[in-house]
Design a protein around this ligand. Sequence first.
Ligand SMILES: Nc1ncnc2c1ncn2[C@@H]1O[C@H](COP(=O)(O)OP(=O)(O)O)[C@@H](O)[C@H]1O
Ligand SMILES: [Mg+2]
Length: 431
Amino acid sequence: MSTFFTDEDNGWTDDSISFGDGAPAPAQSIEAPDANSLAVPGAPAPTVAFAVAVVESDPPTQQQVASLLGEGVSTFATLEELAARLTGTPVVAVLGPSSSTPDSLAFVDRLLQSHRELGAILVTNELTTALLQQALRVGVRDVLAMPVETTQLVEAVQRVASALSTAPLDGDPSALGVADEEAGKVVTVFSTKGGAGKSVIAVNLAVLLAQRSAKPVCLVDADLQFGDIAVMLKLAPQHTIVDAVGAIDRLDIPMLQSLLATHESSGLLILPAPLEPAFADQIGASEMVQIVETLRKFCSFVVIDTPAYFNDVVLGLIEISDDVLLVAGMDIPNIKNVKIGLQTLRLLNTPMEKLRLILNRANSKVKLDVSEVERTLQVTADSLIPSDVVVPQSVNKGVPVVQDSPKSGVSRALHELADIFIPVDAKRRRR
Ligand SMILES: Nc1ncnc2c1ncn2[C@@H]1O[C@H](COP(=O)(O)OP(=O)(O)O)[C@@H](O)[C@H]1O
Ligand SMILES: [Mg+2]
């Protein structure tokens, strides 16, 4: 499949961008001798044709980056040269390491502000948090560290290109094509007791919703100090919440999308917790709320995992949540803590309709009776999840239990929990 555009006056050669399977840049049989071609494996067709430019002053590095993108990529030694050739044709610029100086980034900032048709990716020798933040602040959409893999770079180019095709031209948010759609639901999983099973429940619920939903579903790890969602899903994330907060002034849907990790087998999107507990301090409630509000513009569900205590961030998230899943383990300390948690939520005027009680490890082997617990808490349980060794086994494998042991009682209970949000015919599910 290929799209094609010719604009003889703008100085760009004929460009053809082919999105299909196969390796980058098998030369296309196009009439123009110097036609450009960029193949993105497995990617959907873009809605606009675009050109790809590599900007780098060091010739070997320029060649190295350009070769990853295949034939027909335009190359420039300086940002000024690129600027001279911009005439309204959509362009994705891949900026090499020579563009990471403060002066260059300031130039990039001006260029991106005056050219809405331009999107930029920075490739750097060393990826530091400071550089990432500076780059995102000036509007660079993604930052990748050398050595870059072909698929990684090509996918980044494609993401930026699709953002270019949907970017609002006049700052009108409705131009993003999402403003008139219904905002996604925010589901926060909370418990006032560590080890209650919040993360297990958040991960598996999110995976099931991602499998059932046509629109994206995102899981946010708001356990900012000790978040373990990335580990539970065996992901080595490139970006975390810290990067989203660093770019908060310019945070829009495409930028946030570029920071999310993907759980390949379910399609679930993940915004991971900071890699270092110390970074948690940098993240305030208002920033967290802004991130989630941006996510719900393009996701059907935003599931949020939380720490085991109330803080500003948790309270802010509970306030904007449509549903709060209160997770309680089946032992006396758990029930005591949940009771205190419920009282706190009542004091904070949290509408009780939002709250759903999830009893985890609820089966006959423990001495506590479900009805006893419900009487104590004066709330009926919406979901009972049995205790099963397949849960820690799946956690240790980094595979969600609903995928690792889909036939277990735990998985069945988690499917029933997901039914509250997206109902599925149980017979169809079993097949
Ligand atoms: N239903 C269950 N059956 C058996 N083990 C469970 C169950 N739910 C959670 N666990 C185990 O309990 C531990 C804590 O769960 P986790 O979800 O990390 O708790 P939290 O996020 O509330 O601190 C994990 O090792 C997990 O494997
Ligand atoms: Mg947890």
